[in-house]
Design a protein around this ligand. Sequence first.
Ligand code: ATP
Length: 358
Amino acid sequence: MSLTRLDIFNLRLFEKTRLEPCSGLNLVMGENASGKTSLLEAVHVLATGRSFRTQRMESVIRHGARDLMVTGRLRLDDRQVSLGIRKGGGRTVARINGKTVRSQSELAQALPLQVIHPDSHELLSGSPAERRGFLDWGIFYQSPESMAHWQNYRRALIQRNEALRRGLNDKALDVWEVLLAQSGEAMDRARLSYLDTLLRHVRELETLLPGNEGVDIAYRRGWREGVDLKTLLQTARPREREMGYTLSGPHRADVVFRRGDVLLADGASRGQQKSAVLLLRLAQVAAFRSVSGRSAVVMVDDLPSELDEVHRDAVLALLQGLDCQIFVTAIDPRQIDARGWLRFRMFHVEHGRLKEVR
Ligand SMILES: Nc1ncnc2c1ncn2[C@@H]1O[C@H](COP(=O)(O)OP(=O)(O)OP(=O)(O)O)[C@@H](O)[C@H]1O
């Protein structure tokens, strides 16, 4: 699967821009503030409806414009699919093949995307929510039916917290706790099963990125081991009534990444962190392929930063082995050795103007 065409309207400094990428490596180069990251951001908006740089979509809309639009053409085996999204004034309209779709997640299913950018080390050192998002990316693609458990869980969690705050009786809590326990334990099983798959791919790829051998992922499910969630919720009522919210469950899950005795969150250099995050996220792409038979699009913003030549080349070799469509940005194209890539295109961007140079 690959994007064969991308049209961007009113996104950051792009007023109207077309990109025709190849199905292999697409290198986007340009000076600082030329618009390289914005180009990747456009692909991300198309796939997810969100930016990977900001929560405030208004700041992504070109100054002076009311809304932004990104459309793309995807080649899936021998089929063509067109995707589009328009965002502005708090409204989103998403389309597939010209038809408005109800949920943004339909675009995400059509265009699986993995992005690694300069803040991606937050997977290791940021908030647990970041790491739950990492797990849930995998589950969304490995077992989309599990997302229904997650939605049920979230709904029940809001209701139970409300009941706790309003001091409702045990009977009112019972209803929500049954739902929380059922959906929460299903979510936990899905996460465990995903981590199992993922770890196998980490083991397969780790030797390709020097310094990552033995990277390990320890899962913390969000409530005490050996206790079923329903019992735990019941026994925690007195304390949680005081607090006004639910203290345990898969919404408090986390994962810890380490290599031997070293916690990658604070015991690794920035370069080691970047290389570990690349390994973990690219293992997700490999796991996705093995489970679904489909390929994802991979984007690496500012690939050369923090990495020495050995690691840059190793990352490129790993990317090549994934056999996906890749977008890479760099200030200096000499830092990207694209010899050996049969499918390769290079673009130069300058003040929001894009030119194919190879
Ligand atoms: N909403 C907006 N409307 C118009 N221009 C914008 C908007 N938001 C940001 N810009 C401009 O976009 C440029 C930043 O683009 P971008 O971050 O994509 O560059 P880059 O090439 O990735 O830079 P770097 O290499 O420094 O990371 C800046 O010139 C900024 O002023």
